[in-house]
Design a protein around this ligand. Structure first.
Ligand code: SAH
Length: 347
């Protein structure tokens, strides 16, 4: 595309938050060197909608047990080389309280698909709410619909469940025994229960095309997401996708910028995966539409074992260091850490 055509499409996205699948696809297929205007307008939209505040979400990776076998993920059941751990209820609550003391206003409880008892999760939610008042996001994968309801009633505010790839074929190829419909149904049900919902994709999974990524963005619009995340695919040695190509910073940034323009009222994280493949990755995303960072507060001794992908940054750090490091990244960009919970921008 020539610059004139690119500008026309970006301006339209900026104005109307709407592009056709073909138009989205043509931008995603374009060389990033020709897309300065896209990144710039996404940054401008972020300023208008979110101002200069960045929301931090403290993430606790509380169990690396998983019953699924996702082809890309190091936590997959068949990876027998991974030493597994599961935090007890008291440890999760204590870590949340420590996060609250560090100033975090949201805690994200994340795990593999470990059948952690639903009732116990509900007790954890209630206790965290009662003792810290923090917003609580759950990211536990798919559970039965009664569990989603129980946790919502216990006080959980948000649920993060990436749909990963908007192709039924590839979704079901990479998630043996799982169904694309159930993933989407879960998201719809969670929204109906009053959760703020987050979803998103892995960028550059083998076989993914601009056509599919355009479909992903349209799906995100249809789902009326409150949060949309995208991180580059990082191949893990103990998975069927070992030896395939790492995702690119460029595609991740294009997707991030288009997310901001097409879903202006969403929270968009600068992902840890992007920071892993590029030292400046999170900074770049924060300048291309992102307004959220999710620092790790998991106890140092477990970080290495929550190996969804290799070489994850900050595995040798402790929570307080991560908070400081993120704080200085944010101020170096002329932005500041938000003082509020950062609930959905849609409400
Ligand atoms: N079990 C939960 C949490 C999964 S881990 C769930 O199913 O939602 C959180 C995210 O890590 C996943 O949604 C996926 O998008 C990402 N992820 C997993 N393996 C990855 C890899 N090899 N490269 C990049 N991202 C990966």
């Amino acid at each position: 595309m020539n610059q004139f055509k690119i500008k026309k499409l970006v301006d339209q996205a900026y104005r109307e938050a709407k592009l056709s699948k073909e138009e989205i696809k043509s931008i995603l297929a374009e060389d990033i060197n020709k897309l300065d205007y896209l990144l710039q307008k996404a940054d401008q939209k972020r300023t208008e909608i979110c101002g200069d505040e960045v929301h931090l979400r403290a993430i606790i990776e509380f169990s690396s047990y998983c019953k699924q076998n996702c082809h890309y993920c190091g936590l997959r059941k068949d990876n027998q080389q991974l030493e597994r751990y599961r935090l007890r209820k008291e440890e999760i609550i204590k870590t949340s309280q420590m996060a609250s003391e560090l100033g975090y206003q949201t805690v994200v409880l994340q795990s593999g698909e470990d059948d952690y008892p639903a009732a116990e999760i509900a007790e954890i939610i209630k206790e965290i709410k009662k003792t810290t008042g923090m917003a609580i996001t759950l990211s536990l994968g798919e559970r039965d619909f009664d569990a989603y309801k129980l946790w919502r009633e216990a006080g959980a505010d948000r649920y993060l469940l990436k749909h990963e790839i908007a192709s039924k074929n590839l979704y079901e190829k990479y998630h043996p025994g799982m169904s694309f419909e159930n993933r989407i149904e879960s998201l719809r049900y969670l929204k109906m229960l009053g959760y703020q919902i987050g979803s998103g994709v892995i960028i550059d999974l083998p076989g993914q095309t601009p056509d599919i990524l355009a479909e992903d963005l349209l799906l995100c619009q249809k789902l009326e997401l409150d949060m949309i995340g995208s991180g580059p695919f990082i191949p893990h040695q103990q998975t069927p996708l070992k030896g395939t190509k790492t995702g690119t910073v460029e595609m991740t940034l294009k997707f991030t910028a288009l997310s901001r323009l097409l879903l202006p009222l969403t929270h968009i994280p600068a992902t840890t995966a992007l920071g892993t493949i590029d030292d400046e990755g999170r900074q770049k995303a924060l300048k291309a539409g992102a307004n959220v960072v999710m620092p790790n507060v998991t106890d140092g001794k477990y970080r290495e074992q929550y190996q969804i992908y290799p070489d994850k940054i900050c595995v040798n750090e402790e929570a307080g260091d991560c908070r400081q490091c993120i704080g200085s990244i944010i101020s170096s960009l002329g932005r500041h850490v938000s003082q509020n919970k950062g609930h959905s921008l849609r409400k």
